[in-house]
Design a protein around this ligand. Sequence first.
Ligand code: TAP
Length: 452
Amino acid sequence: MPDYTVINPATEQAVTTVTLSTAAETDAAIERAAAAQVSWREVAPGDRARLLRRFAAEVDAHVAELAALEVAGSGHPIGQATWEAQHVRDVLLYYSAAPERLTGRQIPVAGGLNVTFHEPLGVVGLIVPWNFPMPIFAWGMAPALAAGNTVVAKPAEVTPLTARRIGELALAAGLPPGVLTVLPGKGSVVGQRLVDHPLVRKIVFTGSTEVGREIMAGCARQVKRVTLELGGKSANIVFADADLERAAATAPYAVFDNAGQDCCARSRILVQRSVFDRFMELLEPAVAGVRVGDPALPDTEMGPLISAAHRERVASYVPDGAPVAFRGSAPAGPGFWFPPTVLAPAGAEHPAFTDEVFGPVVTVTPFEDEADAVTIANDTPYGLSGSIWTENVGRAIRVARGVETGNLSVNSHSSVRYWTPFGGFKQSGLGRELGPDALDSFTEVKNVFIAS
Ligand code: TAP
Protein backbone atom coordinates (compact mmCIF):
# COMPACT_ATOMS: atom_id res chain seq x y z
CA MET A 1 0.00 0.00 0.00
CA PRO A 2 1.54 3.33 -1.04
CA ASP A 3 1.98 6.16 1.47
CA TYR A 4 1.51 9.89 1.03
CA THR A 5 3.45 12.45 3.09
CA VAL A 6 1.31 15.43 4.05
CA ILE A 7 3.34 18.66 3.82
CA ASN A 8 2.71 21.79 5.89
CA PRO A 9 2.40 24.48 3.17
CA ALA A 10 3.60 27.22 5.55
CA THR A 11 6.85 25.46 6.50
CA GLU A 12 7.39 22.82 3.78
CA GLN A 13 7.95 20.33 6.64
CA ALA A 14 6.41 16.84 6.65
CA VAL A 15 3.37 16.63 8.97
CA THR A 16 2.60 12.93 8.83
CA THR A 17 2.25 10.02 6.47
CA VAL A 18 -1.08 8.64 5.31
CA THR A 19 -1.68 5.26 3.73
CA LEU A 20 -3.46 5.55 0.40
CA SER A 21 -6.31 3.15 -0.24
CA THR A 22 -6.18 0.75 -3.15
CA ALA A 23 -8.93 -0.06 -5.66
CA ALA A 24 -9.56 -3.40 -3.89
CA GLU A 25 -9.90 -1.65 -0.50
CA THR A 26 -12.28 0.85 -2.08
CA ASP A 27 -14.45 -1.98 -3.42
CA ALA A 28 -14.47 -3.63 0.01
CA ALA A 29 -15.47 -0.33 1.69
CA ILE A 30 -18.28 0.20 -0.83
CA GLU A 31 -19.58 -3.32 -0.17
CA ARG A 32 -19.50 -2.72 3.61
CA ALA A 33 -21.32 0.58 3.09
CA ALA A 34 -24.00 -1.14 1.01
CA ALA A 35 -24.49 -3.77 3.74
CA ALA A 36 -24.64 -1.07 6.44
CA GLN A 37 -27.23 0.89 4.47
CA VAL A 38 -29.78 -1.90 4.84
CA SER A 39 -30.02 -1.28 8.59
CA TRP A 40 -29.19 2.47 8.52
CA ARG A 41 -32.26 3.21 6.41
CA GLU A 42 -34.37 1.33 8.98
CA VAL A 43 -33.13 3.43 11.94
CA ALA A 44 -36.17 5.37 13.17
CA PRO A 45 -36.06 9.03 12.06
CA GLY A 46 -35.80 10.30 15.65
CA ASP A 47 -32.92 7.93 16.39
CA ARG A 48 -31.08 8.91 13.21
CA ALA A 49 -31.55 12.55 14.23
CA ARG A 50 -30.17 11.82 17.70
CA LEU A 51 -27.10 10.07 16.25
CA LEU A 52 -26.39 13.03 13.96
CA ARG A 53 -26.69 15.40 16.95
CA ARG A 54 -24.25 13.21 18.88
CA PHE A 55 -21.91 13.31 15.89
CA ALA A 56 -22.19 17.14 15.92
CA ALA A 57 -21.39 17.17 19.65
CA GLU A 58 -18.29 15.01 19.04
CA VAL A 59 -17.11 17.44 16.36
CA ASP A 60 -17.83 20.35 18.72
CA ALA A 61 -15.68 18.74 21.42
CA HIS A 62 -12.80 18.45 18.93
CA VAL A 63 -12.96 21.83 17.16
CA ALA A 64 -9.53 22.90 18.39
CA GLU A 65 -7.94 19.61 17.34
CA LEU A 66 -9.55 19.69 13.88
CA ALA A 67 -8.58 23.34 13.39
CA ALA A 68 -4.95 22.60 14.32
CA LEU A 69 -4.91 19.70 11.84
CA GLU A 70 -6.17 22.02 9.07
CA VAL A 71 -3.56 24.64 9.91
CA ALA A 72 -0.80 22.04 9.68
CA GLY A 73 -2.11 20.07 6.72
CA SER A 74 -3.66 22.82 4.55
CA GLY A 75 -2.13 26.11 5.74
CA HIS A 76 -5.51 27.64 6.62
CA PRO A 77 -5.29 30.50 9.14
CA ILE A 78 -6.31 29.29 12.59
CA GLY A 79 -9.32 31.64 12.79
CA GLN A 80 -10.66 30.33 9.50
CA ALA A 81 -9.87 26.70 10.35
CA THR A 82 -11.73 27.03 13.66
CA TRP A 83 -14.74 28.46 11.83
CA GLU A 84 -14.57 25.55 9.35
CA ALA A 85 -14.63 22.91 12.11
CA GLN A 86 -17.56 24.69 13.78
CA HIS A 87 -19.24 24.80 10.38
CA VAL A 88 -19.08 20.99 10.18
CA ARG A 89 -20.84 20.85 13.55
CA ASP A 90 -23.48 23.35 12.39
CA VAL A 91 -24.16 21.54 9.11
CA LEU A 92 -24.63 18.27 11.03
CA LEU A 93 -27.01 19.97 13.46
CA TYR A 94 -28.97 21.58 10.63
CA TYR A 95 -29.47 18.27 8.81
CA SER A 96 -30.12 16.37 12.05
CA ALA A 97 -33.55 18.02 11.91
CA ALA A 98 -34.21 16.53 8.47
CA PRO A 99 -34.99 12.82 9.13
CA GLU A 100 -38.14 13.70 11.06
CA ARG A 101 -39.25 16.14 8.35
CA LEU A 102 -38.68 13.87 5.34
CA THR A 103 -42.37 13.67 4.57
CA GLY A 104 -44.10 12.59 1.38
CA ARG A 105 -47.46 13.66 -0.02
CA GLN A 106 -50.98 12.36 -0.17
CA ILE A 107 -52.47 13.10 -3.59
CA PRO A 108 -56.23 12.85 -4.28
CA VAL A 109 -57.06 10.14 -6.81
CA ALA A 110 -60.25 8.24 -7.67
CA GLY A 111 -60.65 4.73 -6.26
CA GLY A 112 -58.04 4.90 -3.53
CA LEU A 113 -55.15 6.74 -2.05
CA ASN A 114 -51.93 7.98 -3.63
CA VAL A 115 -48.93 8.54 -1.38
CA THR A 116 -45.30 9.39 -2.05
CA PHE A 117 -42.19 8.37 -0.11
CA HIS A 118 -38.64 9.78 -0.21
CA GLU A 119 -36.46 6.69 -0.42
CA PRO A 120 -32.69 6.84 0.20
CA LEU A 121 -30.50 6.06 -2.80
CA GLY A 122 -28.08 3.61 -1.16
CA VAL A 123 -24.32 4.29 -1.07
CA VAL A 124 -23.26 7.86 -1.87
CA GLY A 125 -19.68 8.49 -3.08
CA LEU A 126 -18.29 11.83 -2.01
CA ILE A 127 -15.22 13.27 -3.78
CA VAL A 128 -13.77 16.31 -2.01
CA PRO A 129 -11.19 18.89 -3.22
CA TRP A 130 -8.22 20.21 -1.23
CA ASN A 131 -9.28 23.83 -0.85
CA PHE A 132 -11.99 23.42 1.84
CA PRO A 133 -11.47 19.89 3.17
CA MET A 134 -13.92 20.22 6.09
CA PRO A 135 -16.89 22.31 4.85
CA ILE A 136 -17.23 20.59 1.48
CA PHE A 137 -17.01 17.17 3.11
CA ALA A 138 -19.83 18.19 5.50
CA TRP A 139 -22.06 19.62 2.75
CA GLY A 140 -22.36 16.24 1.03
CA MET A 141 -22.02 13.93 4.00
CA ALA A 142 -24.60 15.40 6.41
CA PRO A 143 -27.69 15.49 4.14
CA ALA A 144 -26.76 12.14 2.57
CA LEU A 145 -26.68 10.46 6.01
CA ALA A 146 -29.81 12.27 7.19
CA ALA A 147 -31.71 10.85 4.20
CA GLY A 148 -30.75 7.27 5.13
CA ASN A 149 -27.83 6.75 2.75
CA THR A 150 -24.40 5.52 3.72
CA VAL A 151 -21.36 7.47 2.55
CA VAL A 152 -17.91 6.56 1.27
CA ALA A 153 -15.86 9.77 1.11
CA LYS A 154 -12.57 10.43 -0.61
CA PRO A 155 -10.71 13.53 0.60
CA ALA A 156 -8.19 15.15 -1.74
CA GLU A 157 -4.91 13.27 -1.73
CA VAL A 158 -3.01 16.27 -0.35
CA THR A 159 -5.45 17.17 2.48
CA PRO A 160 -6.79 13.95 4.06
CA LEU A 161 -6.24 14.67 7.76
CA THR A 162 -9.41 16.42 8.93
CA ALA A 163 -11.84 14.22 6.99
CA ARG A 164 -10.10 11.13 8.33
CA ARG A 165 -10.43 12.44 11.91
CA ILE A 166 -14.09 13.36 11.39
CA GLY A 167 -14.69 9.78 10.23
CA GLU A 168 -13.28 8.56 13.56
CA LEU A 169 -15.49 11.02 15.44
CA ALA A 170 -18.55 9.59 13.68
CA LEU A 171 -17.73 6.14 15.07
CA ALA A 172 -17.08 7.59 18.54
CA ALA A 173 -20.52 9.25 18.37
CA GLY A 174 -22.14 5.87 17.79
CA LEU A 175 -22.75 5.84 14.04
CA PRO A 176 -22.63 2.15 13.08
CA PRO A 177 -19.50 0.96 11.21
CA GLY A 178 -19.89 1.32 7.45
CA VAL A 179 -22.31 4.25 7.65
CA LEU A 180 -19.54 6.81 7.06
CA THR A 181 -16.21 5.64 5.63
CA VAL A 182 -13.34 8.01 4.82
CA LEU A 183 -10.83 6.61 2.32
CA PRO A 184 -7.69 8.67 1.72
CA GLY A 185 -6.39 7.94 -1.74
CA LYS A 186 -5.81 9.09 -5.27
CA GLY A 187 -8.58 10.42 -7.48
CA SER A 188 -7.50 8.10 -10.26
CA VAL A 189 -7.85 5.07 -7.93
CA VAL A 190 -10.38 5.63 -5.11
CA GLY A 191 -12.35 8.38 -6.90
CA GLN A 192 -12.52 6.36 -10.09
CA ARG A 193 -13.80 3.25 -8.24
CA LEU A 194 -16.53 5.31 -6.60
CA VAL A 195 -17.63 6.45 -10.06
CA ASP A 196 -17.38 2.98 -11.61
CA HIS A 197 -18.74 0.74 -8.83
CA PRO A 198 -22.40 -0.14 -9.48
CA LEU A 199 -23.25 -0.21 -5.76
CA VAL A 200 -22.50 3.54 -5.54
CA ARG A 201 -25.78 5.14 -6.51
CA LYS A 202 -24.75 8.78 -6.47
CA ILE A 203 -21.55 10.82 -6.79
CA VAL A 204 -21.18 14.19 -5.12
CA PHE A 205 -18.14 15.76 -6.75
CA THR A 206 -16.53 19.10 -5.97
CA GLY A 207 -13.46 20.04 -7.93
CA SER A 208 -12.27 21.29 -11.28
CA THR A 209 -14.52 21.53 -14.31
CA GLU A 210 -12.05 19.37 -16.22
CA VAL A 211 -12.30 16.40 -13.82
CA GLY A 212 -16.03 17.06 -13.31
CA ARG A 213 -16.66 16.43 -17.01
CA GLU A 214 -14.98 13.03 -16.75
CA ILE A 215 -16.95 12.17 -13.61
CA MET A 216 -20.19 13.08 -15.37
CA ALA A 217 -19.27 10.89 -18.37
CA GLY A 218 -18.42 8.01 -16.01
CA CYS A 219 -21.70 8.38 -14.15
CA ALA A 220 -23.62 8.52 -17.45
CA ARG A 221 -22.53 4.95 -18.23
CA GLN A 222 -24.62 3.72 -15.27
CA VAL A 223 -27.17 6.56 -15.28
CA LYS A 224 -25.73 7.28 -11.84
CA ARG A 225 -26.98 10.38 -10.03
CA VAL A 226 -24.39 13.13 -9.84
CA THR A 227 -24.00 16.56 -8.31
CA LEU A 228 -21.12 18.66 -9.65
CA GLU A 229 -19.68 21.71 -7.89
CA LEU A 230 -16.99 23.01 -10.21
CA GLY A 231 -14.86 26.04 -11.00
CA GLY A 232 -15.68 29.73 -10.98
CA LYS A 233 -14.58 33.10 -12.35
CA SER A 234 -16.91 35.40 -10.51
CA ALA A 235 -17.40 39.14 -10.94
CA ASN A 236 -17.53 41.78 -8.21
CA ILE A 237 -19.46 44.59 -9.93
CA VAL A 238 -19.09 48.08 -8.45
CA PHE A 239 -21.42 50.81 -9.74
CA ALA A 240 -20.64 54.51 -9.43
CA ASP A 241 -23.50 55.02 -6.95
CA ALA A 242 -22.14 52.35 -4.53
CA ASP A 243 -20.65 52.86 -1.09
CA LEU A 244 -17.16 52.80 -2.63
CA GLU A 245 -15.38 52.74 0.73
CA ARG A 246 -17.17 49.57 1.79
CA ALA A 247 -16.88 47.93 -1.65
CA ALA A 248 -13.12 48.56 -1.73
CA ALA A 249 -12.54 47.58 1.92
CA THR A 250 -14.22 44.19 1.44
CA ALA A 251 -13.06 43.41 -2.13
CA PRO A 252 -9.74 41.84 -0.97
CA TYR A 253 -11.61 39.42 1.30
CA ALA A 254 -13.96 38.48 -1.56
CA VAL A 255 -11.01 37.16 -3.55
CA PHE A 256 -8.01 36.58 -1.25
CA ASP A 257 -9.91 34.51 1.32
CA ASN A 258 -8.15 31.12 1.57
CA ALA A 259 -5.35 32.68 -0.53
CA GLY A 260 -7.77 32.86 -3.47
CA GLN A 261 -8.17 29.06 -3.47
CA ASP A 262 -11.90 29.49 -3.37
CA CYS A 263 -14.38 28.49 -6.07
CA CYS A 264 -16.45 31.58 -5.15
CA ALA A 265 -13.52 34.02 -5.35
CA ARG A 266 -14.66 37.28 -6.92
CA SER A 267 -11.51 37.33 -9.04
CA ARG A 268 -12.75 39.89 -11.59
CA ILE A 269 -13.54 43.30 -10.12
CA LEU A 270 -15.59 45.34 -12.59
CA VAL A 271 -15.79 49.06 -11.76
CA GLN A 272 -17.86 51.74 -13.50
CA ARG A 273 -15.40 53.91 -15.43
CA SER A 274 -16.42 57.21 -13.79
CA VAL A 275 -15.24 55.97 -10.34
CA PHE A 276 -12.43 53.65 -11.48
CA ASP A 277 -9.55 55.85 -10.28
CA ARG A 278 -11.20 56.60 -6.93
CA PHE A 279 -11.90 52.88 -6.39
CA MET A 280 -8.26 52.00 -7.11
CA GLU A 281 -7.11 54.64 -4.57
CA LEU A 282 -9.32 52.98 -1.96
CA LEU A 283 -8.39 49.41 -2.93
CA GLU A 284 -4.62 49.89 -2.55
CA PRO A 285 -4.56 50.36 1.26
CA ALA A 286 -7.18 47.62 1.65
CA VAL A 287 -4.94 45.13 -0.17
CA ALA A 288 -1.87 46.29 1.76
CA GLY A 289 -3.84 45.72 4.98
CA VAL A 290 -4.46 42.00 4.39
CA ARG A 291 -2.41 40.22 7.07
CA VAL A 292 -0.48 37.45 5.29
CA GLY A 293 1.67 35.16 7.40
CA ASP A 294 1.98 32.28 9.84
CA PRO A 295 -1.42 30.53 9.77
CA ALA A 296 -1.02 29.45 13.39
CA LEU A 297 -1.24 33.08 14.59
CA PRO A 298 -4.74 34.28 15.51
CA ASP A 299 -4.52 37.58 13.57
CA THR A 300 -3.47 36.03 10.28
CA GLU A 301 -5.98 36.53 7.47
CA MET A 302 -4.22 34.80 4.57
CA GLY A 303 -1.91 31.79 4.57
CA PRO A 304 0.21 30.11 1.88
CA LEU A 305 -0.86 28.31 -1.27
CA ILE A 306 -1.31 24.55 -1.04
CA SER A 307 1.87 23.40 -2.83
CA ALA A 308 4.96 24.47 -4.74
CA ALA A 309 3.42 23.24 -8.00
CA HIS A 310 0.29 25.28 -7.41
CA ARG A 311 2.33 28.39 -6.59
CA GLU A 312 4.17 27.96 -9.89
CA ARG A 313 0.86 27.78 -11.72
CA VAL A 314 -0.46 30.90 -9.97
CA ALA A 315 2.78 32.77 -10.68
CA SER A 316 2.44 32.00 -14.38
CA TYR A 317 -0.53 34.42 -14.41
CA VAL A 318 1.75 37.27 -13.33
CA PRO A 319 4.60 37.13 -15.89
CA ASP A 320 7.12 39.91 -16.38
CA GLY A 321 5.28 42.79 -18.00
CA ALA A 322 1.90 41.92 -16.44
CA PRO A 323 -0.09 45.07 -15.58
CA VAL A 324 0.56 44.88 -11.81
CA ALA A 325 -1.15 47.87 -10.17
CA PHE A 326 -0.04 46.98 -6.63
CA ARG A 327 0.63 43.99 -4.38
CA GLY A 328 0.28 43.09 -0.73
CA SER A 329 2.91 41.39 1.37
CA ALA A 330 4.04 37.78 1.83
CA PRO A 331 6.66 36.23 4.12
CA ALA A 332 10.09 35.34 2.79
CA GLY A 333 11.65 31.95 3.54
CA PRO A 334 10.07 28.50 3.48
CA GLY A 335 6.40 28.08 2.61
CA PHE A 336 4.42 28.35 -0.60
CA TRP A 337 3.74 32.09 -0.28
CA PHE A 338 2.31 34.39 -2.91
CA PRO A 339 1.38 38.02 -2.21
CA PRO A 340 -2.11 39.41 -2.94
CA THR A 341 -1.73 40.82 -6.45
CA VAL A 342 -3.91 43.34 -8.32
CA LEU A 343 -3.72 43.53 -12.13
CA ALA A 344 -5.31 46.64 -13.65
CA PRO A 345 -6.62 47.61 -16.01
CA ALA A 346 -6.89 44.07 -17.35
CA GLY A 347 -9.41 42.70 -19.83
CA ALA A 348 -10.07 39.61 -21.89
CA GLU A 349 -6.61 39.78 -23.45
CA HIS A 350 -5.13 38.72 -20.12
CA PRO A 351 -5.33 35.03 -19.02
CA ALA A 352 -5.83 36.11 -15.38
CA PHE A 353 -9.09 37.71 -16.50
CA THR A 354 -10.41 34.62 -18.28
CA ASP A 355 -8.98 31.60 -16.39
CA GLU A 356 -9.69 30.42 -12.87
CA VAL A 357 -6.34 31.31 -11.25
CA PHE A 358 -7.23 29.78 -7.84
CA GLY A 359 -4.72 32.05 -6.15
CA PRO A 360 -4.51 35.60 -4.74
CA VAL A 361 -4.61 37.38 -8.11
CA VAL A 362 -7.43 39.74 -9.08
CA THR A 363 -8.05 41.81 -12.18
CA VAL A 364 -9.80 45.20 -12.15
CA THR A 365 -11.61 46.25 -15.33
CA PRO A 366 -13.66 49.36 -16.15
CA PHE A 367 -17.20 49.17 -17.58
CA GLU A 368 -19.49 51.82 -19.05
CA ASP A 369 -23.06 51.09 -17.92
CA GLU A 370 -25.39 48.43 -16.54
CA ALA A 371 -25.69 46.50 -19.81
CA ASP A 372 -21.92 46.53 -20.30
CA ALA A 373 -21.37 45.23 -16.74
CA VAL A 374 -23.75 42.30 -17.25
CA THR A 375 -22.20 41.45 -20.63
CA ILE A 376 -18.67 41.38 -19.20
CA ALA A 377 -19.76 39.44 -16.09
CA ASN A 378 -21.41 36.79 -18.28
CA ASP A 379 -18.51 36.49 -20.73
CA THR A 380 -17.16 33.31 -19.10
CA PRO A 381 -18.04 29.61 -19.23
CA TYR A 382 -18.45 29.72 -15.43
CA GLY A 383 -21.34 30.97 -13.30
CA LEU A 384 -20.86 30.24 -9.61
CA SER A 385 -20.86 33.41 -7.59
CA GLY A 386 -20.57 37.20 -7.65
CA SER A 387 -21.33 40.51 -5.95
CA ILE A 388 -23.10 43.72 -6.94
CA TRP A 389 -22.47 47.07 -5.26
CA THR A 390 -25.08 49.80 -5.80
CA GLU A 391 -27.41 51.96 -3.72
CA ASN A 392 -30.13 51.61 -6.39
CA VAL A 393 -32.49 48.74 -5.46
CA GLY A 394 -33.95 48.47 -8.94
CA ARG A 395 -30.50 48.18 -10.48
CA ALA A 396 -29.46 45.60 -7.89
CA ILE A 397 -32.43 43.43 -8.82
CA ARG A 398 -32.02 43.90 -12.60
CA VAL A 399 -28.33 43.06 -12.51
CA ALA A 400 -28.83 40.14 -10.10
CA ARG A 401 -31.39 38.70 -12.53
CA GLY A 402 -29.11 39.38 -15.52
CA VAL A 403 -25.92 37.78 -14.24
CA GLU A 404 -25.85 34.05 -15.05
CA THR A 405 -24.59 32.72 -11.77
CA GLY A 406 -25.86 30.62 -8.88
CA ASN A 407 -24.98 32.67 -5.79
CA LEU A 408 -24.94 36.45 -5.61
CA SER A 409 -24.58 39.03 -2.89
CA VAL A 410 -25.71 42.65 -3.05
CA ASN A 411 -23.65 45.13 -1.02
CA SER A 412 -21.87 42.22 0.65
CA HIS A 413 -18.85 40.18 -0.34
CA SER A 414 -20.11 36.73 0.60
CA SER A 415 -23.13 34.59 -0.21
CA VAL A 416 -22.54 31.06 1.14
CA ARG A 417 -24.69 29.83 4.03
CA TYR A 418 -25.52 26.21 4.82
CA TRP A 419 -29.23 26.96 5.09
CA THR A 420 -29.50 28.50 1.59
CA PRO A 421 -29.06 26.64 -1.72
CA PHE A 422 -25.62 26.58 -3.30
CA GLY A 423 -24.48 25.62 -6.79
CA GLY A 424 -23.47 26.86 -10.21
CA PHE A 425 -24.85 27.88 -13.60
CA LYS A 426 -23.18 26.87 -16.88
CA GLN A 427 -19.87 25.00 -16.43
CA SER A 428 -19.74 25.76 -12.71
CA GLY A 429 -21.81 22.72 -11.97
CA LEU A 430 -24.95 20.69 -11.92
CA GLY A 431 -27.47 20.47 -9.10
CA ARG A 432 -27.67 22.30 -5.79
CA GLU A 433 -26.29 21.56 -2.35
CA LEU A 434 -27.23 22.93 1.07
CA GLY A 435 -30.45 24.64 2.07
CA PRO A 436 -33.78 23.10 3.03
CA ASP A 437 -34.17 21.10 -0.21
CA ALA A 438 -30.80 19.34 -0.14
CA LEU A 439 -32.35 15.96 0.71
CA ASP A 440 -34.22 15.98 -2.61
CA SER A 441 -30.98 15.07 -4.36
CA PHE A 442 -30.22 12.27 -1.88
CA THR A 443 -33.57 10.52 -2.26
CA GLU A 444 -35.82 9.14 -4.98
CA VAL A 445 -39.52 9.88 -4.88
CA LYS A 446 -41.61 6.72 -4.86
CA ASN A 447 -45.24 6.99 -5.87
CA VAL A 448 -47.68 4.38 -4.47
CA PHE A 449 -51.36 3.96 -5.36
CA ILE A 450 -53.45 2.03 -2.81
CA ALA A 451 -56.84 0.93 -4.08
CA SER A 452 -59.69 1.27 -1.58
P1 TAP B 1 -9.64 18.36 -8.86
O1 TAP B 1 -8.26 18.17 -9.32
O2 TAP B 1 -10.72 18.31 -9.86
O3 TAP B 1 -9.86 17.28 -7.70
C1 TAP B 1 -11.04 17.23 -6.96
C2 TAP B 1 -11.19 15.84 -6.37
O4 TAP B 1 -11.39 14.91 -7.42
C3 TAP B 1 -9.96 15.36 -5.59
O5 TAP B 1 -10.38 14.59 -4.49
C4 TAP B 1 -9.27 14.49 -6.64
O6 TAP B 1 -8.43 13.51 -6.07
C5 TAP B 1 -10.46 13.85 -7.30
N1 TAP B 1 -10.18 13.29 -8.64
C6 TAP B 1 -9.21 13.65 -9.51
N2 TAP B 1 -9.26 12.88 -10.62
C7 TAP B 1 -10.30 12.02 -10.44
C8 TAP B 1 -10.86 10.98 -11.23
N3 TAP B 1 -10.39 10.66 -12.44
N4 TAP B 1 -11.93 10.30 -10.75
C9 TAP B 1 -12.45 10.62 -9.55
N5 TAP B 1 -11.94 11.57 -8.75
C10 TAP B 1 -10.89 12.28 -9.18
O7 TAP B 1 -9.83 19.76 -8.12
P2 TAP B 1 -8.93 20.40 -7.01
O8 TAP B 1 -7.71 20.94 -7.68
O9 TAP B 1 -8.80 19.49 -5.86
O10 TAP B 1 -9.87 21.61 -6.51
C11 TAP B 1 -9.86 22.83 -7.15
C12 TAP B 1 -11.07 22.98 -8.04
O11 TAP B 1 -12.26 22.72 -7.32
C13 TAP B 1 -11.24 24.40 -8.55
O12 TAP B 1 -11.58 24.39 -9.91
C14 TAP B 1 -12.38 24.94 -7.73
O13 TAP B 1 -13.09 25.99 -8.33
C15 TAP B 1 -13.22 23.74 -7.54
N6 TAP B 1 -14.08 23.92 -6.37
C16 TAP B 1 -15.40 24.09 -6.56
C17 TAP B 1 -16.22 24.28 -5.47
C18 TAP B 1 -17.68 24.45 -5.65
S1 TAP B 1 -18.57 24.22 -4.34
N7 TAP B 1 -18.19 24.73 -6.80
C19 TAP B 1 -15.68 24.29 -4.19
C20 TAP B 1 -14.32 24.12 -4.03
C21 TAP B 1 -13.52 23.91 -5.15
P3 TAP B 1 -6.86 13.81 -5.90
O14 TAP B 1 -6.73 14.80 -4.80
O15 TAP B 1 -6.26 12.52 -5.53
O16 TAP B 1 -6.36 14.34 -7.22
